[in-house]
Ligand binder design. Structure first.
Ligand code: NDP
Length: 433
């Protein structure tokens, strides 16, 4: 704790995983003997750098950039870049730590990493975002490579930002190295389904959990928090599978649409116009906008927190339980606080942790890397089928591992232990490095 002073979210993430790992430690003393636990929570490398840029009025701003290479036991560092004012070392480290296990659960050869900057792209012009991305990549490029470290998007980093980042990488290195970034536009090396993958994948995971209980998403009332990349495509897929999604949100408020969220209108407002969610309520009849509210007051059977860390606390969980929620599935990274998870688990609610449930995005990034390496591009149906299969396998692996360690139905234990074993054994094989 002293070594990582003030890194609250990182402490939270490590504590959650290590609590599950006490079960492994009892059965497998070889991991402690090899120092695996200490090595796992110390990143292999961390880079912090200055990102100076000029706004449209010529004023100079200085942001702080980060990249953490957490673990490369099973492949190059892989994980998104987040541009948000809250980004600091503790946030990037918690995300990189989680990413290591998540990536291992996908069964693909990708290690764990994460990065970003305390830059807020909201309200900035395209030209300002471009100058920021170019400055950011001017330092970061020397640490990247398709065999070394492969970033992608996350909060505040979508196809526009990735385009500017890729353009600058190409210009500085004189290499068209498609495999150095994922989440690229489909016309310049991106993969179909990558944009949809995290949201779709979380819904496939929810569906698999419900099927295990002899039910499905069909006809279920659902709330999704956020209205960004993950939320939009989770809503779309949930609706395709028959769920009735009645609420979504942004950091300013929640919309409640009893007729069901109009996902095309949502895409127009968030992806095309880059507007606030309140615009959705202004343009559609019968929609209630709750300023400053989270979506957890809305009675639903399924909740999909898909905005940010620690957005669903114990009070929110208690409200959901009282309203009869059956499953909470994390589209975001660590959106439920530890106290909220305890409330849900005590009430017997199905709980799908982010490192398993939202792994569809990074899994499809690995499929993008495969396509780039073979200079091929796959069609939508084939790629989506691969994603669906991967999510089913992750679900089975978590459920089987939970059974094996005497905790049936506990996806937290299942995901943490399965992810750990997939990384720890290669770490032992590769020696003390
Ligand atoms: P986006 O930037 O596309 O959307 C983020 C959404 O969450 C926005 O609606 C935003 O609202 C809201 N939000 C952000 N911060 C807060 C906050 N502090 N309080 C309330 N709402 C907030 O990001 P993504 O959809 O890509 O990411 C969402 C989550 O999913 C993150 O936890 C991310 O790490 C995780 N994730 C994303 C993956 C991906 O492929 N994109 C892969 C795996 C996990 P506003 O516009 O008001 O800020």
């Amino acid at each position: 704790l002293r070594r990582n002073r003030g890194e609250t979210e990182f402490h939270q993430a490590v504590k959650e995983v290590f609590t599950s790992l006490t079960l492994v430690e009892e059965r497998h003393p070889e991991f402690a003997d090899a120092g695996i636990f200490e090595r796992l929570c110390e990143p292999e490398r961390q880079i912090i750098f200055r990102v100076p840029w000029q706004d449209d009025e010529g004023r100079v701003h200085v942001n702080r950039g980060f990249r953490v290479g957490f673990n490369s036991a099973i492949g190059p560092y892989k994980g998104g870049l987040r541009f948000h004012p809250s980004v600091d070392a503790g946030i990037v480290k918690f995300l990189g730590f989680e990413q290591t296990f998540k990536n291992a659960l996908t069964g693909m050869p990708i290690g764990g990493g994460k990065g970003g900057a305390d830059f807020d792209p909201r309200g900035r012009s395209d030209a300002e975002v471009m100058r920021f991305c170019q400055s950011f990549m001017t330092e970061l490029y020397r640490h990247l490579g398709e065999h070394t470290d492969v970033p992608a998007g996350d909060i505040g980093v979508g196809e526009r930002e990735l385009g500017y980042l890729f353009g600058q990488y190409k210009r500085i290195t004189n290499r068209y190295e498609s495999g150095v970034l994922t989440g690229k536009g489909v016309s310049w090396g991106g993969s179909l389904v990558r944009k949809e993958a995290t949201g779709f994948g979380a819904v496939y995971f929810a569906q698999a959990m419900l099927e295990g209980q002899g039910t499905s998403l069909d006809g279920k009332r659902m709330a999704v928090s956020g209205s960004g990349n993950v939320a939009i495509y989770a809503i779309q897929k949930a609706q395709e599978l028959g769920a009735h999604v009645v609420a979504c949100s942004d950091s300013s408020g929640t919309v409640v649409d009893e007729a069901g969220i109009d996902v095309e209108l949502l895409k127009q407002i968030k992806e095309v116009e880059r507007e606030r969610l309140s615009a959705y309520a202004e343009r559609r009849d019968g929609v209630e906008y709750r300023e400053g509210a989270k979506p957890w007051d809305v009675p639903v059977e399924i909740a999909l927190p898909s905005a940010t860390q620690n957005e669903l606390d114990a009070d929110d969980a208690a409200k959901l339980v009282a309203a009869g929620v059956r499953a909470v599935v994390e589209g975001a990274n660590m959106p439920c606080t530890p106290e909220a998870i305890a409330v849900l688990q005590e009430a017997g609610v199905l709980y799908g942790p982010g490192k398993a449930a939202n792994a569809g995005g990074v899994a499809t990034s690995a499929l993008e890397m495969q396509q780039n390496a073979s200079r091929d591009s796959w069609d939508f149906e084939y790629t989506e089928q691969r994603l669906r299969d991967i999510m089913r396998r992750i679900h089975e692996l978590c459920a089987e591992t939970a059974d094996e360690y005497g905790r049936p139905g506990d996806y937290v234990t299942g995901a943490n232990i399965a992810g750990f074993l997939a990384v720890a054994r290669p770490m032992i094989a590769q020696g003390v490095i």
